[in-house]
Every structure is written in C-alpha cells, then in structure tokens.
Design a protein around this ligand. Sequence first.
Ligand code: HEM
Length: 539
Amino acid sequence: RCAKADSQRKPAKEWTLMDNASNLLTSLLNGGSMGSMPIAEGAVSDLFGKPLFFALYDWFLEHGPVYKLAFGPKAFVVVSDPIVARHILKENAFGYDKGVLADILEPIMGKGLIPADLETWKVRRRAIVPGFHTAYLEAMVQVFDNCAACTTEKLEKLLSIAEDNNMSHIELDMESEFSNLALDIIGLSVFNYDFGSVTKESPVIQAVYGTLSEAEHRSTFYIPYWKFPLARLLVPRQRKFQADLKVINDCLDGLISRARETRQEEDVEVLQQRDLSKTEDSSLLRFLVDMRGEDASTKQLRDDLMTMLIAGHETTAAVLTWAAFMLAQNPSMISKVQAEIDSVLEGRRPRLEDLKKLQFLRLCVAESLRLYPQPPLLIRRSLKPDTLPGGHKGDPAGYSIPKGVDLFISLYNLHRSPDFWEEPEKFNPERFLTPKASDGITGWAGFDPTKGQGALYPNEVMSDFSFLPFGGGPRKCVGDQFAFMESTIGLCMLLQKFDLELRGSPEEVEVVTGATIHTKAGLWCRLRRRQSCTLSIES
Ligand code: HEM
C-alpha cells in the first residue's frame, strides 16, 4: 500500500542504546530496540520559522510512514501509516496513554477525560458519552443557530455602518469572530453559561483565553518550568495563569452547585427522552447532575467541564477558520455552497433535518478537517513493550517499541499522504464521493450519505484510518457529531448572508501551531453583503 513511501525511505539505521539518553534506561529494562526504524535527525533550526508538523511531513516523505525523530536528548516515533495508527489507537489502545500531553494538561484539566488515568477515564467516559444523545444534539442545533445569529447580526451592523460611509465591505479577523462564536456555543451547551463573547468582554472570557494561551504555551515549551516548586509564585506568567484558573474554577463551581440545588434525579433512558425544547437548561452539566447513580464530586465535574470547554472550543474555531480560509480563495465554491443553502433553506435558519440536504457544505467542512486536522498530531506514550504492525511493505515484521516511548500520530501526514489521496494538497470537497480505485491506493472509500451508512460525515472507519479527524478507538472524540454540526451551521449562516474573500494573498496568512493549527496574526477577510447567486447547485 505504501510502495511509494517505502521506495523513498533512506537506508534504515538501527535505533541503538546509544541513540539517545532518554530512552537508554527504558530500552535496557525492556530489552527492546526499534529494529531498523529509519531515523530523522532533526536540527533545532529545522523548526525555526515553521510549525513542527510541517517538518514532520517533509521527513515523512523522506523516511516513510514510521520513523524515529531524534532531537538532542529527546526522541519520538512519528507514525503516518493508517494501519499502525489503527493499532495504536484502537487495537492496542490501552497499551498507550497520552504521555506528554497529559503532563501538560493535568494542571488545567485535572482528571478530565483527556489527561485522566485509565481508571478515572473509564468511569467518566461511561458517564459522559450518553450525554451526547440524539435529543441533545437536536436541541444543540437551536443553540448553534442562536449563537451564529448573534455573530451575523453583529456583522450586519458593522456592514451597515460601513455602507453609511460609502464602503461596500468591512475588513475583519474572522478567526477571532469564530473563536467568540465557538466559546459562546460551548458555554451554553456544556454548562448553560452565556459568555456572550460575540458582543462583550468579561473577566471570565479573559480568563478562558488566558488559560487557553497558557495551555498552548506549555505544549510548545521545551522545559516544563511550571513544575518547579516556586514557579507559580515567582514567574509572572504563572501567577496570571493561577489567577485565571481561579476565575474559571469559581465560575464553574457556582454553576455546578446551582445545578445540584435543582437536581431532578432520573434514569439515563428517561433523561435521554426529555423534551429539551421545553426545558430551560438542556446542557450536558444538567444531564450529568441529574443522572441517577452518578455521584461525581464537584472537583471531578469541574474537571470534566473544563476539559470539554478547552477540547471543544479551540478545535471548532480552528475548523471554521480554515474552512473559511479555503473557501475565501474559491469564489465558485462559495457560490455553490450558497446555491445549496438557498435551495434548501429558502432564506430561513437551518434545522437539524436540513443538514442532511446540505451535502456540499458538509463535505467542505470534512475537507477542511482533512487539510487542517485539529490537533494535527495525536500524542501517545507506550505503557509496555509493543510491536507495531508491518502495515506497509517496508517492514512486514513491524517495529518493536519499548515501554516509555513517546509517539506522534501525525493526522496531518495521514490526511495529506500521497499514498492515499489524489492531489492531496488540493481543496476538493467532493473527493469523498469518489469510490476507491481498484488498486485500493488512491481515492476514497466512497462515502455515500444516501446509502444508510449511518453517518452524515466521512469518518475513520470508512477510510480504514486514513481520515481520522476525531481520532479513533476508545479515546475517539466524544463531541465529533456535535462539532461537525456546529461547524456546518456556523458556516451556513455566515455564507447565507455574506460573501467572503481574503484581504491579502493566502501566503500572507501565516500558520502557527499549539494544540491546534491557527494563524499568526488573524484571518483577515473582506466581507460583503451577498451578491445574487448565479450558479445552480449542480454546477
Ligand atoms: C478527543 C478532535 C470537538 C471533547 C478528541 C480527539 C480528537 C478530537 C482528534 C482525540 C484525541 C486523542 O486521541 O488523543 C476534535 C475536533 C473537534 C472537537 C477536530 C472540533 C471540530 C470537541 C467537542 C467536544 C470535544 C465539541 C466536547 C463538547 C473531546 C474530549 C476528548 C476529545 C472530551 C477526549 C476523549 C477521551 O479521551 O476519551 N477530539 N474535537 N471535542 N474531544 Fe474532541
């Protein structure tokens, strides 16, 4: 399957005990070596001026789909092969934990799902997943609609002011608009809190952005200096971080105790059948507090909420940003999306059943997630020795992995692999409708939303793990359908009313990365009231 990548591999080098100090002891203890795994020796200068995942892509093309990256004393295995990814994420999921990611996030998310130890994770995952039931998702469409309407109203007001001054358009940073929109949505849907960030500033909003920025800073910082005993007192950045955390924690504690005071205990099945259109609070917190037999502590609930706040906010904002970035370069695609929206909605707001008909728009969201996966890398650490499958021709026996090895599964590489995608760099939303070629190498599994595959959006199962924007296996994203629908509705309501183009050239939009891929200085766009749509939906 990966013949091309195999032929491009450099002659393999041994990962010997002397290779790096950090894995020396582990290798000795476990008797493991990583066989003939190719080694990319990164110079720190390789990383200057470009995000890590770009460099990992270049090395993938050079060394093949499984290679070791050595940076001085640090070493990682970089995986860009779907069969190996499936092994790590699904078949041997509990042979790995989140490693360095959990180290970074634990001070913020505590025992929330992402950094939690296995025992806690099992209990909390079982409690949280039923909360994303069908009626909840249906009710959330109303939340997405209302929040997106706030954004479009704000933009319309700004446009009216511009038009009064004889200007036909406004220029604004769409990344920050999407960030506010996603924050308002996650606040209402997860804990029934109205941040109102589209229209106002508040200390809680400032604290959330401060905390997100610290999480990002930590994910790119080489030495975990914040673990030093006095860092939180002495380093101004850490003092601010502690203060921000306190603001959010106090806010969440208040919401949790209010929800507890009004608890109405019910079995899960009863909760899932509640008519949420008639309740004032349809949030996930309400569900978790009302669930019979659910006795999580306030601290645990707070960790759960904080985790979903962070996991669900930046990711969706980034999907909207990159979808807008790609569409803004393709006026004919914008017209096509608008024709679809007009024909399905006839000027009204979208409802759940409309999503089924907005196929091209849904595929635009999926294609944006292919090109810009959020996060671009999944992080794992082996908990015991393992043998990776020889998922490709080059190494039929697979590589042995000692305990304690850090791995990056590069979604960015998988989603742009020339071995699995025709013209991988091209934004082509309809690629998902093309059946896989007979050689099984190029093309797509043939996603057909009309043939009852049970999903509106393509996923990792249909693609044999070559497209996994929400991960896969037991630790797959709990909010995948929520996020897909949220992004589709956000884009739908924007493009229903406005035309969008980039202010400058695409190259001027610099990419930076922390946990997600975002821009260095904003996604500056020109926004106009829509011109009449001339293309038919088929064109
Ligand atoms: C996990 C992506 C939105 C909550 C994940 C993972 C990915 C992902 C790739 C797997 C991480 C791993 O295996 O290491 C995304 C994207 C989103 C999104 C691209 C938006 C487009 C959301 C939303 C929520 C959410 C809206 C909640 C409301 C979570 C949680 C986990 C997770 C709790 C951890 C699951 C576990 O470990 O059991 N997400 N996510 N995500 N996501 Fe999302």
